[in-house]
Design a protein around this ligand. Structure first.
Ligand code: DGJ
Length: 726
């Protein structure tokens, strides 16, 4: 059973195939007892003990109660003696900021209800999913807290979120409302995170947990290039293939916080949710507030096992729509081919050439609307620029369609250029603070998506174009972070709510669009991967991984992204050489090998390359059409880390173990090194596999034991293998 209640022990145990999570109710307090490998359904009360380590911390209820500072709590709040960081803080009408939630009741139901207005994992028909709802109440503070846990049995996933309801007849303020807390009874853990910047997103960092607080966060109004909304904790000896790992991922795209605190008593507290810095939410009498969802996963087969579980869960139970399972079209995006410098004739030339190469979808990026010859104007004016495209999108579409391809276009809906008709008509529609200057990023301001009229304008502008039926794909960009976060319509006391209300507005708009246009493939983008998060994946099954399209740089970016996110979510394109961002010169084979581990396409001008490269495009497009399914649904194995070595390697093994695609790239040549070989993973030991390009035959045991021999001695060269069971 996914949810087991031991009444005598007042203990609630959540079970997945390979993990258990145990809570206990004592004196009304909800304690956290355990999260780790699967346990039997029995009384685990012995897992909680109090050492009585006061160390200046207080006992509750005079001097008889527990020392909150020293025990593991399921959803810790501020004010009654737990001096670690809380998951929630409530400010009451009398100014006090105490919350003391005590257990009232719980229920268990099959399935999982959607979260109101927020992206979240869902249960497919036939999935074994149960939802536990625990109700707690702060009687003095007159506030109800409901904790939700959905247990995805086969996926080894538990999702969590919290709902606060004001039971009093006065307003209260939520000063912090995170999605999940996990108290560990130990701090000898490593913490693994993603950090980065524009063009170098999601780099991996692993470090032993320190005393004090390690915080990954964003207050930028987007999940950001800088940190990613997840964290992984693991044993120091946990490797790709062995050891325990705990993952917490937030399904959210705005400002967040993910932290771990090593405590004075050698324990650790992990927290994940909305960034409490700058957050405040007014709860009127009777009103409720729902936190975003956190996804928890435990793996006892290393980081690889953790990634496999997250990949599967996000692919099957977070991404939606017809593209969730469909092989993604081979696309050619014209951004790096033309930037803003295109017209109808240039598009026609590229389209005619692309069709002959096997491209299925041609994307016109930035610059097709308003008078946008550079990035300093026209965002918000979503009307075709007839100077560039005199026949409108119709003429472009006709030619693309005649060539047997589909048409995609770029939008940056959430932004407005000060030099735009929209801004001239509605200056109040931008986020701003009266009497203060408006800071521009890339010459643009952010629209106030908390406003219904702004949402409606954007819906209508985009829908007008999508309704024509000409557009099969939308790239949805977001190219700056927030400053002067103010809304003209909201009451002064509610201005702290804007960063979150903005995302509620964005999610509402996206929900309307993806519902109205189910045949359109939406791709998220934010200067590349500035909003690569599980929240956006709910609406758009793929994200432009980085504005850095260089194959060598992408090795680390895609490797880091794969900790949590599936390959199908990562857009990866073969771009021109020398690369436009780094100047690196790489051969087509290397660019292909790297781009194949994502939703595949090209970011170059096919009319400006050699016939030899065009032939390589033909062959690679055919390859992705054949293998795209395996690459999307197979198990991804990180084989050699580009962070540790002068090379990188990975493989994808189909779920039936019949096909294995593997790649290796040499990033730095060292003279006189040892022979290089690459042991593979996840194959059938007793099966024989034939490698497609060399015709060599190996047993699965050989490939996993000794591995494949590598004969490469030139920098940036690569090998792509396709092993097929015979
Ligand atoms: C940033 C994106 O990441 C690029 O791919 C491109 O679409 C530009 N914006 C266009 O302005």
């Amino acid at each position: 059973m996914s949810v087991y209640f031991n009444k005598e022990a007042a203990q609630i145990q959540l079970n997945t195939t390979g993990s258990s999570y145990v809570m206990q109710i004592r004196d009304g307090l909800l304690l956290h007892l355990y999260w780790g490998p699967r346990l039997d359904d029995r009384d685990h009360s012995y897992m909680h003990w109090e050492q009585g380590r006061a160390a200046f911390s207080c006992r509750m209820e005079g001097c008889t109660g527990p020392i909150l500072d020293d025990i593991r709590l399921e959803y810790p709040t501020w004010g009654r003696g737990d001096n670690r960081s809380p998951a929630a803080e409530v400010i009451h009408p009398n100014g006090s900021n105490i919350a003391d939630f005590r257990y009232v009741s719980h229920t268990v139901a099959d399935g999982k209800a959607p979260l109101c207005g927020l992206p979240a994992m869902y249960a497919n028909a036939g999935d074994d999913v149960q939802t536990l709802e625990i109700t707690l109440e702060d009687k003095v503070g007159e506030m109800r807290l409901t904790l939700f846990y959905s247990v995805f049995y086969e996926l080894d996933i538990i999702t969590r979120h919290a709902v606060f309801t004001n039971l009093s007849d006065e307003e209260a303020i939520l000063g912090a409302a995170l999605s999940a807390a996990v108290d560990f009874d130990r701090a000898d853990l490593d913490i693994i995170t993603n950090y980065g910047t524009h063009c170098a997103e999601r780099q991996i960092e692993r470090a032993p947990l320190r005393r004090g607080k390690t915080v990954l966060s964003s207050r930028r109004g987007a999940s950001s290039h800088v940190h990613n909304p997840f964290l992984i904790l693991c044993d120091s000896e946990t490797s790709e293939t062995a050891g325990s790992a705990y993952g917490l991922v937030l399904v959210y795209s705005g400002s967040f916080s993910a932290s771990v605190e090593g405590t004075q008593f050698g324990a650790a507290r992990a927290l994940i949710g909305l960034n409490p810095e700058g957050f405040g939410w007014m709860l009127e009498p009777g009103a409720s507030f729902t936190t975003p969802e956190a996804v928890l996963c435990f793996s006892d087969d290393g980081l690889g096992g953790l990634s496999h579980r997250f990949h599967k869960a996000f692919r099957r139970n977070l991404c939606r729509g017809k593209f969730r399972d469909a092989r993604r079209p081979v696309l050619l995006n014209m951004w790096e081919a033309c930037y803003f410098g295109f017209d109808e004739a240039r598009i026609k030339k590229i389209a005619d050439c692309s069709a002959d190469l096997g491209v299925e979808l041609l994307v016109i990026d930035d610059g097709w609307f308003g008078r946008r010859d550079t990035d300093n104007c026209s965002l918000g004016d979503w009307v075709v620029d007839r100077r560039k495209l005199p026949g409108g999108l119709e003429a472009v579409y006709e030619n693309i369609h005649k060539n047997g391809m589909q048409l995609g276009i770029w939008f940056e809906p959430e932004m407005v250029s000060p030099d735009s008709d929209l801004y001239r008509a509605h200056p109040d529609w931008a986020l701003h603070i009266p009497d203060r200057p408006r800071s521009e990023g890339r010459h643009q301001l952010i629209l106030d998506l908390t406003r219904q009229d702004v949402q409606d304008y954007l819906y209508d502008s985009i829908a007008d174009i999508l309704k024509t039926g000409m557009i099969s794909y939308v790239k949805w960009d977001f190219n700056r972070n927030m400053a002067e976060v103010g809304s003209a319509l909201l009451d002064a006391r509610r201005q702290c709510e804007i960063p979150h209300r903005y995302y509620l507005g964005l999610y509402a708009l996206l929900e309307r669009l993806v519902t109205a246009f189910p045949d359109v493939l939406f791709e998220s983008c934010s200067g590349g991967g500035g909003r690569f998060d599980a929240g956006m994946l709910y609406y758009m099954p793929q994200t432009w991984t980085s504005d850095n399209s260089d194959a060598i740089e992408r090795l680390k970016i895609q490797y880091g992204t794969s900790l949590v996110y599936p390959l199908s979510a990562m857009s990866a394109h073969v771009s021109a050489s020398p690369n436009h961002q780094t100047g690196h010169v790489t051969d087509f084979a290397t660019r292909l090998t790297v781009a194949l581990t994502g939703s595949f396409g090209y970011e170059l001008d096919p009319t400006a390359i050699s016939e030899e490269e065009r032939q390589a495009i033909r062959e690679s497009a055919a390859l992705f059409k054949e293998l795209g399914g395996v690459l999307a649904e197979g198990d991804y194995h990180r084989l050699i880390s580009p962070y540790d070595k002068d090379c990188a390697a990975w493989s994808v093994v189909s779920s039936d173990k019949r096909v294995c695609v593997a790649g290796f790239v040499l990033t730095h040549v060292r003279m006189y090194g040892p022979n290089q070989r690459l042991p593979l993973r996840g194959l059938e030991p007793d099966a024989n596999y034939k490698e497609r390009f060399s015709g060599r035959i190996f047993s699965g045991r050989e490939l996993m034991g000794f591995g494949i021999d590598i004969h490469l001695s030139l920098e940036y060269k690569s090998i792509l293998w396709i092993f097929e069971k015979i």
